[in-house]
Design a protein around this ligand. Sequence first.
Ligand code: 1PR
Length: 579
Amino acid sequence: MDNTRSLSSISSTSSLLFTRTNEFYKIQNRVKFKSPRALSIRATSSDSVVTLLDYGAGNVRSVRNAIRHLGFGIKDVQTPEDILNANRLIFPGVGAFAAAMDVLNKTGMAEALCAYIEKDRPFLGICLGLQLLFQSSEENGPGVVGRFDSSNGFRVPQIGWNALQITKDSEILDDVGDHHVYFVHSYRAMPSDDNKEWVSSTCNYGDNFIASVRRGNVHAVQFHPEKSGDVGLSVLRRFLHPKTNIPKVIACLDVRANDKGDLVVTKGDQYDVREHTKENEVRNLGKPVELARQYYKEGADEISFLNITGFRDFPLGDLPMLQVLRLTSENVFVPLTVGGGIRDFTDANGRHYSSLEVASEYFRSGADKISIGSDAVYAAEDYLKTGVKTGKSSLEQISRVYGNQAVVVSIDPRRVYITHPNDVEFKAVRVTDLGPNGEEYAWYQCTVGILCFIVTFLFVHTATQSDKAVNGGREGRPIGAYELAKAVEDLGAGEILLNCIDCDGQGKGFDMDLIKLISDAVSIPVIASSGAGAVEHFSDVFRKTNASAALAAGIFHRKEVPIQSVKEHLYKEGIEVRI
Ligand code: 1PR
């Protein structure tokens, strides 16, 4: 080791991570909201660009590739200001400690890094990027970095896979468990009483050394996540999609043309949106733009429009829907999601529209995110069959162009009870409430919208009222919600809207078994949907699952429970909300 000062010692206080951030934490701890584990909510990242500090001392190509693979763009640090302006900074330190500090000092990057870390801005140091946070071996004080001792028979450097002992909740290591991660290093930082508060994992190679640290938004790992397979990618993903403590309340407007051709907000019971009268008309609960404005004023954190017949009726033919978006975005200043009918389409004149064109039209009209339902099911089925990402599905194409934060996948599953989890090839859960014949398990079968021609074929000339056909016009597919969620995450979805046909419109609460299953399975945010009937259902879903947001429709449309009441209830329950 040399005597070049570390990042922790170049600032006027002797140890950046120990001293200054302690103050920060004292302040944070005064915040009055409770933050139970179940409230560790993931936010959608509005920023899909990561700042990378590559000071040119070595090859960080794999880190770049891994970041891009996860759907993020890269901005390279050119000046110290780039560090200060970063929203999310990755520092894959390479080379020797002394040489690295030398470059960082000469370029003014070291000071900028200190200032950045001191402000608790999101930071991930990798390998040397961890060691540089510590004081070097020649200095006194906590966090000493030194060379491995080779006298005890261990070869130095350590080059290979090793397991971690996780010592505290670090968020980014949530998927690591017993999996091995890849190390290549001769020096390591040693755990001590002084640094035990922020060591999040250790590893043993001759002796116990620090494998990762976490202090607020500042993370650093000694191993190489970009070389550690899927589990390493999950570490990067969890850093890029951080958890926050602010769950969202989303108002959903299911829209469709009624039988007179007017675009209305409707709402089904288990997806049946028709009144049970002689006329059997589409239930009409109001006008889309007006309701969206009202919910925005009442405090909705996001608004979703689902064009529920879009899959069978080409959505670009549905110009009123684009108009709804344009008008709503004029004075509704929260994120707008629009879904329905996002797929490749050839119209009656033989003109082909790609799903990307359909999505682009939605974005141009004011949508912040698009939501894909049926087409994502087909894409996931193909992907699971072949194991190949073709890059051609609507999901992949749109997330490649607009970023994965702009792509929601809407899942519409139906509960199928079984007596034993091995009865199906899909992931099953033990259900909280037994099935009609005492079944203890269920799997969640995904469904898709039925295309026009199929309905026409089956129900001669009833295409315009295909939802009069069974099951709200939906067809079950040979894929479970769990398998779909994992597959679409791989294909580039940035968020999951998790509906449940059985609970839709029932007002009895969300399907906790389903939401727990999916929100634990993926690391992208999950929106719990279907079944909200009372304010307690919202606090329940945030406490008992890892859902990032809860969506409701009927109770808002029927004015049974205003959005403010939901927010007030969550606040009273100690759940942080945007007021
Ligand atoms: O398949 O890409 O065209 O997308 C179609 C979209 O339309 C999907 O997102 C699908 O969920 C939705 N959809 C299709 N048919 C219906 C229907 O109701 N017949 N609506 C439908 C889905 C479900 C929720 C609903 C919640 C909350 N609506 O989003 O708002 O269940 O309701 P609640 O609080 O009243 O219980 P594609």
